[in-house]
Design a protein around this ligand. Structure first.
Ligand code: NAG
Ligand code: NAG
Ligand code: CU
Length: 803
């Protein structure tokens, strides 16, 4: 379609003299006719298709990947092949794996230590060799365990060395993340085995459905790992709550749950230790069955729901339709094509440069973030997503999810143009080796990168009046956004890294997706509202932790707060009133933080503060430290008592921001094991702080926590909408530049009223710096729907699935 439009090149106008001049006149007449006729179709036909800018975009796997680039498919394959050949590891292919074998849980890049990387980036030293990090489940050993290895050098590995965790060469098998092999065992021995064998009658009578031979009336389940803090010892237990298997199962819970002990590597020994049926607790299926058969239990009946397109738990369009006419949403146009470039995983835009990657374990990461050539941050990365629920019933009470356990970086499977990201986005892949497949899995649309007109002024002033002068200057806050959306079972978490044109970086975390309701019961009322016939939305707390390894003008940094205080300044000279002998006003004091223990920031409304990072050696010509300022707009208080229960696994949540000295041994605030490990954390963030090292003139890392309490309401049906739930923090230049760097933008507009000396009428001087007034172009039609029709895997890939 687009190719039928006349193709004209506007750049040639200047060169073509009289001929073009005549053409211009002709065209102007033609355009006038068009305007008069208001013939929109004709108007469009004169606009050329928008430039694609594709020549700036190279997202292919690079032959020599950078130090930060995710492992290429060839490197992933090489690591897996190498591991298969190591007899000491005894690794079997995923197709042959079961819980009692040795198998690969995942493989990803192990980013080299910072000193070596900086030597390479800043001092032209050779790039440190690329190495992989591998997590292997050793179910084959007499005492099963988890081993982590570094494997290198890539692309042709020759060694594997143990990564020590907390001084130990392995991690207890109890702490293994939720694994497919285990789920297969649970389905076979627990659900189809014990529950169905002993309780099929109960399932059919109470819930009108079953696990096997179920036709269209099937049951499914959702897991709640129970923290070891509940037992005070290393033991692995999960509550499973049962749902009707309809769209969407999380909104169709049944009042039937089992607690299963999952110790050891033999699924046939998994044991049900508690059964919850219609608000009543039993110690085994046998107890429930005998009570049921002797009518010693209060029975419940929940019919299998008839689900159609209008059912509350589906995402079909329904309800009052709008808009009443078929009017499409606005879209954005890039009249001159892409204004950013991508090479491999390296991005540049308007003075910004950074590398991105997608860690299988922890999700999106940025490295070597620079503005105008100067590094602002060595790393900005998501560390952990947490959601802690409360309830009367045990499956939701113990639902304290610490999501990196689910390998969240592998859970952005397909971003949809036109809904998740604008149509004009560049979609970026992620690559993983996961337990479900020995072959690397590539998700083509895991991240998206796009330039976005926010529609908000970045800056402006309008001066009107004789004394102030008549002028206007302003520009739009157009930004580059790197986005990913991690779907962790029911919830979807949107993460944006946003680059503004004034040297500011913004990081956003937004939750959407399905809530996890309980079956309504009066005892749940203090934990939520009844939001539909059978369900109550339990209160929960979402928290996100980010690592921000700031490097302000080098790695020798200080952290100071500017503390706002109130003074009673002498006022006798200005007032004779006895009640006005002092004048109260605020002032600020610099408060440099010397050690890690005094750097933990816990928001206090009574003590307002600015949070600044700077380098003592670099000051403005007026002696002011050139700084970057952290602003956190998404704070929420973690109110659980310190060291109680599961809190011990998420000690980073005690601070809205903590500042520690960089260490190669403190690369992450959380770990793959944090959902289980409260009794003996594998990586306890608080210990980074407890040694209370000096943070004066050191390489500093800020750990930022944002969060939101969520008391679900009816409008969380069918899924939680994003407005009001956007959490964000910023890194803002603060006395860093001599003025706002956006002053250099030629996308600004400046106007001035000019008076002639002869009292004739004033004229307006409009300056668009040569970048305005160009003709419009027609955006190219998205090919996405057609691509999905041809290749459903683009959206519904059959890689690892959860639950
Ligand atoms: C390992 O588990 C599989 C399937 O669960 C079973 O068939 C096999 O006998 C087990 N092997 C050992 C050595 O226990
Ligand atoms: C990186 O640092 C860790 C922690 O100090 C150390 O164990 C490891 O050997 C270092 N890696 C390299 C390649 O030097
Ligand atoms: Cu929520």
């Amino acid at each position: 379609m687009v190719s039928e439009y006349p193709q004209r090149r506007y750049g040639r106008w200047k060169e073509c003299g009289i001929v073009c001049g005549l053409l211009v006149v002709g065209l102007a007449v033609a355009l006038a006719v068009v305007l008069v006729l208001k013939n929109k179709e004709l108007e469009e036909k004169f606009a050329p298709p928008c430039a694609s800018g594709d020549e700036n975009i190279d997202i292919r796997e690079q032959d020599s990947p950078s130090v930060f680039s995710d492992l290429t498919t060839a490197e992933l394959r090489a690591v897996v092949d190498y591991l298969y050949q190591q007899s000491d590891l005894n690794v079997v292919k995923s197709s042959d794996a079961s819980l009692n074998t040795s198998y690969i849980y995942f493989v990803e890049l192990n980013v080299a230590n910072k000193t070596a990387v900086l030597n390479h980036l800043d001092n032209q030293a050779d790039a440190p060799e690329r190495r992989a990090k591998v997590v292997i489940f050793r179910g084959d050993l007499d005492v099963p365990r988890i081993e982590e290895y570094e494997v290198g050098p890539l692309p042709n590995p020759t060694f594997h060395t143990i990564i020590y965790r907390n001084g130990k060469d392995s991690v207890p098998f109890t702490y293994r993340p939720i694994t497919l092999k285990e789920f297969e065992g649970i389905v076979k021995y627990v659900f189809v085995g014990e529950i169905e064998q002993k309780g099929r009658r109960i399932l059919l009578e109470s819930f009108d459905a079953s696990f096997s031979d179920c036709g269209i009336k099937c049951l499914t389940f959702y897991p709640t790992p129970v923290s070891t803090s509940n037992y005070g010892k290393l033991t692995r237990n999960m509550w499973f709550w049962i749902n009707h298997d309809v769209k969407y199962y999380a909104l169709h819970p049944l009042d039937f749950k089992v607690l299963v002990n999952l110790d050891g590597a033999d699924p046939s020994k998994f044991k049900i230790t508690k059964v919850w049926y219609n608000q009543q607790l039993f110690n085994s299926m046998d107890d429930l069955v005998s009570a049921y058969e002797n009518n010693k239990v209060e029975k419940i009946v929940m019919k299998f729901p008839q689900v159609d397109e209008s059912t509350f738990s589906t995402l079909n369009q329904r309800g009052e339709p709008f808009p009443s006419k078929p009017l499409r949403s606005p879209i954005q146009v890039e009249p001159d094509g892409k204004r950013y470039t991508i090479k491999g995983q390296h991005v540049e835009y308007m003075g910004w440069a950074f590398e991105y990657r997608m860690s299988t374990n922890t999700g999106p990461m940025l490295f070597d973030v620079r503005y105008r050539g100067e590094r602002i941050a060595y790393e900005i990365s998501l560390q952990e997503i947490v959601v802690f629920y409360s309830a009367n019933n045990p499956s939701h009470r113990f639902a304290d999810f610490v999501d990196s356990v689910a390998l969240i970086g592998s859970l952005s499977k397909a971003l949809i143009p036109g809904a998740d990201c604008p149509d004009h986005s560049t979609f970026l892949p992620s690559r993983h080796v996961l337990e479900a497949s020995s072959e690397p899995v590539v998700y083509e649309n895991s991240l998206c990168l796009f330039e976005q007109a926010t529609g908000v002024p970045l800056r402006r002033h309008h001066s009107y009046g004789k004394h102030a002068g008549w002028f206007y200057g302003g520009m739009m806050d157009d930004v580059l956004i790197l986005r990913t959306v991690l779907t962790v079972a029911n919830y979807d978490y949107i993460f944006d890294f946003i680059f503004h044109q004034n040297g500011a970086i913004e990081v956003k975390a937004i939750s959407t997706g399905y809530i996890l309701p309980s079956v309504f019961s009066p005892l749940e009322k203090k934990y939520g509202f009844q939001i539909h016939d059978n369900i109550l939305g339990n209160v929960h707390h979402h928290m996100f932790n980010f690592k921000v390894d700031v490097d302000i003008l080098g790695t020798s940094n200080r952290f100071e707060t500017l503390d706002l205080k109130v003074e009673a300044a002498p006022n006798q000279m200005y007032s004779e009133l006895s009640s006005a002998q002092t004048y109260n006003q605020i002032y600020f004091q610099s408060n440099p933080r010397h050690t890690e223990k005094v750097a933990g920031y816990k928001f206090n409304f009574d003590q307002p503060k600015y949070l600044l990072f700077n380098n003592e050696q670099f000051k403005t010509k007026h002696g002011v430290p050139r700084s970057y300022r952290v602003v956190i707009n998404g704070m929420s208080k973690q109110t659980l008592p310190e060291n109680s229960g599961h809190e011990n696994s998420i000690t980073w949540s005690r601070y809205q921001m903590a500042v520690t000295k960089y260490k190669d041994t403190e690369k992450q605030s959380s770990s793959l094991y944090a959902i289980w490990d409260a009794v003996q954390p594998v990586n306890r963030f608080q210990s980074f702080i407890d040694d209370d090292e000096s943070i004066m003139d050191q390489d500093l890392v800020a750990w930022i926590t944002m969060g939101v309490h969520h008391i679900p309401h009816t409008e969380d049906l069918p899924v939680t909408p994003t407005p009001g739930g956007q959490l964000q923090f910023f890194l803002l230049p603060y006395n860093y530049f001599t003025e706002d760097p956006s002053s250099g933008s030629k996308n600004a507009i400046y106007m001035e009223l000019k008076y002639a000396s002869d009292n004739s009428a004033p004229t307006v001087d409009i300056n668009r710096y040569g970048y305005g007034g160009e003709p419009q172009c027609v955006p190219q039609k998205s090919k996405f729907d057609q691509q999905v029709a041809e290749d459903p895997d683009l959206v519904f890939s059959t890689g690892r699935t959860f639950g």
